[in-house]
Design a protein around this ligand. Sequence first.
Ligand SMILES: NC(=O)c1ccc[n+]([C@@H]2O[C@H](COP(=O)([O-])OP(=O)(O)OC[C@H]3O[C@@H](n4cnc5c(N)ncnc54)[C@H](OP(=O)(O)O)[C@@H]3O)[C@@H](O)[C@H]2O)c1
Length: 343
Amino acid sequence: MKRILVIGGSRYFGKSLVTRLRDAGDDVMVLNRGSSAPPPGVGRLLADRDDEAGLRTALGRRDFDVVVDQVCYTPLQAAVARRVFADRTGRYVMTSTMEVYDPATLPAGSGPRSAPGLPAAPVVPVVEGDLDLTRPPLRYRQEPAAPAPGDTRAQARAYAEGKRRAEAVFLHGPHGPLGPTGPHESNEPLEPTGPPFPFVSVRTAHVLGGGRAEFTGRLAHYVRRIAAGIPVDVHAAPYGTSFIHHLEMADFLDWTARQTFTGPVNAASHGAPDVLDLCATVAERLGRRPHHRVVEAGADASPFSFDRAYAMDNGRATALGFAFGRVADWLPGAVTETARATG
Ligand SMILES: NC(=O)c1ccc[n+]([C@@H]2O[C@H](COP(=O)([O-])OP(=O)(O)OC[C@H]3O[C@@H](n4cnc5c(N)ncnc54)[C@H](OP(=O)(O)O)[C@@H]3O)[C@@H](O)[C@H]2O)c1
């Protein structure tokens, strides 16, 4: 039996993860600010993870085999967690995102490269090593300003940059590259600072399925439009992207919590449909014809239309022993669930 703490754990795949861990017989606790009760058989700690003193008080003298951090978005949050959990956990798993690879949110020229000489936006799926957090683009001397409400591009940049920098802090400490107290002027690769911290970042594909539980509403965007005969905004030559089913994601985190590996790992079902494939699946499921409207180059389109490539390779997790499903197998069912929830 493992002692496992889940920070967050109150909705969608975080909730499914908690019940899976409990059902496997682990000693599970969730830590959040208490907006909903944990399921029966799961302990609860109340704290705001941003409040270091309050977090230490809530944890008391407890320690854990594994912490799964579902809600780390900034280097400051990572710095607090790294300090607080340094001698309290055997392993620390942060739920990160595939958006850390997104060339659109990286400074010019610093995108992931699959091999020397390839362009910044590779057309082959990205592997974990494509993002080098030891030689990062050092952009901010301080926390980036909060994006204005409604500025979706600034929000996407802040989300991706926050996750990249949070990963860097877990890997290298707060005084390392991209840390809140790091040397923000240097482009030199830096040695890790502070004691080693056994850390995993799960770079998660777009998570779909679950009907109303899929709170981002991105699949619902397509279902509503196609059901109503409204054109979907797409790029002229959209790239494929990575997805994972919400229950597969819970399985993946549950599995990860029981392993011993460290470092970044991509989590994505097999297959990388582009937005036109996605629209075709939705239309087929609804018995409709999809209509598209091509946006101008550089303009925003619908949520899963991408004018750059950063679909993920899931080979590391596969080699470590996790068997992913295929998007093509679960997407039709996810569309049906969403159609029922929105209908
Ligand atoms: N959905 C996707 O497609 C997708 C794709 C890639 C990556 N991800 C990542 O997946 C993760 C899942 O997020 P989720 O919100 O669904 O996770 P979750 O495990 O359901 O946790 C959400 C809960 O965390 C608690 N929380 C938030 N801020 C907190 C704080 N400062 N201190 C303590 N508790 C806090 C909140 O409950 P209280 O209000 O009670 O505190 C909130 O309801 C995120 O890291 C996201 O970046 C998602």
